[in-house]
Write a protein that binds this ligand. Sequence first.
Ligand code: NAD
Length: 420
Amino acid sequence: MSTATTRRYSASDVARAQFLRAVRYLHLRDDLIEYLLTPKRELIVHFPVIMDDGRMRMFTGYRVHHNTVKGPTKGGIRYHPDVNLDEIRALAMWMTWKCALMNLPYGGAKGGVQVDPKQLSKNELRRLTRRYTTEISILISPEGDVPAPDVGTNPEVMAWIMDTYSMHRGYSTPAVVTGKPISIGGSQGRIEATGTGVMFTTMEAMRHLGMDPAETTVAVQGFGNVGSIAALRMWEQGCKIIALSDVNGGIYNSRGFHVRDVMRYQKEHGTISTYPEADAITNAELLTCRCDVLIPAALEGVIDELVAPGVKARLIAEGANGPCTTEGEEILLDKGVTFVPDILCNAGGVTVSYFEWVQDLQGFFWTEAEIFERLRRLLLENFRAVWETAQEKRVDMRTAAYTLAISRVVEAIEVRGIYP
Ligand code: NAD
C-alpha cells in the first residue's frame, strides 16, 4: 500500500488539486481562493508519557482547524505511526467540504498522534490520550471544536477524551467529543454510521448506473470501523463480497464471504487475513481484483498512477478519506469509472456525530430508527444534489460535490464579511 512513508505522496497536494479543479467552475477571486486554501490554525504538541516500565517516552500530536466560518470545527483524531502535519492538514480541509456538503453547521478540523496504538498497553494508551487531550484543550470545546474517532481510535478513546476534558472543567461535558459510548452521551448508530452511509450512497450510485445488487461483486479494503460495516451492509443488500483486507493482508473468495462470520473471526483472531476458505491476496491485489464495486476503506493515497490502470471496478465508493491520488483518479475517470467521492460517501460518520452533539446539547436522545432515517434522508438529498450538479456542469462527481460545498462556505464568508 502506498502510504506517506513508502512514497513521496502528499495528502495536502491531493486536497489542493481537488479544490483547484472545482474552483474553475466557480469563478472565485484569487484572494478568496488563497483564503480557502489556508488552514486557520495548526497546533503541534510534543508531550511525554510514562510507559508501563516506568520510562518516559515523547510523542508528537497535532490538531488543525481548516475553516471555522460556518460554526465550530469537527473532525476525527487519528492514532497511526504515519500521522504528520501534511496529512492532518489535508484531512482538516476535507472535513470543511464534507460538513458544508452535508449542510452541517461546522467547519473542518482533524487531529492525530504519531503512534502505533497496537504497540501500547491499554494503560499507556489511556495516559497518552489524557495527556494529548490536555495538550489540545486550548482548542477543543463543545462550542469551538469537537473531535471524533478516526483510524486507530474508538469509543473508548473518546470516553477518555470526554472524561479528561470534564475533569478540567469540573463538570461533565459530553458534547466536547462524539463517537462516545452510549452510556456517557453517545448516539445510537454512531459506530455503524459511516459504513451504513457508505452503503446508502453506494446503493444510490448503483441504482443510477443500473447495477443490480444480486449481480454485483464488491471488494473492500480495510476491515475497521468503516470497512467492516460497509461490507456488512452491502452484503445485507444482496451484493456478493468477494475480497476483504486489513493491514495484515487480504482474502479472496469468488463465491463471496459470509460477512458476519468474517467479523466473528476477526473478533477472535484480531485479523481477517488468516480467514479459512479463502485465497490470500495482498492489499495491492485487492485493489485490482475483478469486481464491480471497489470500496477503499483504509488509508489515503492507495490508488495511485501505478495501481489505477489495473483497477477493474466500474464504481469506486470512497469509504476512506482521499484514497485516490490526483494521477490515479485522472486515469480512472478516463476509463469511465464513477466515483462516490469521500466527502459524500463517508459523510455518514460526521452526520451522526452532528446528531450526537445535538442530542448532548439538548440532553434528549433519539432512537436508532430516527437516527438512520434522518441519516438516509440527508445523504440521499445530498447525493441527488451532487448527481444533478455533475450532469448539469458535465463534471465528475467529486468536482460536483466540491463546487456545492465550496459555494456554501463562500456564501457564509460573504454574509459574515471579513473581520474587522
Ligand atoms: P479503523 O482504524 O477502524 O480501521 C482501519 C482499517 O484499515 C483496519 O482494518 C486496518 O487493519 C486497515 N489498515 C490500516 N493500515 C493499512 C494498510 N497499510 N493497508 C491496508 N489496510 C490497512 O479506521 P476507520 O475508522 O475504519 O477509518 C478508515 C478510513 O475511513 C480512514 O480514511 C478514515 O479517515 C475514514 N473515515 C472514518 C470515519 C469514522 O467514522 N471512523 C468517518 C469518515 C471517514
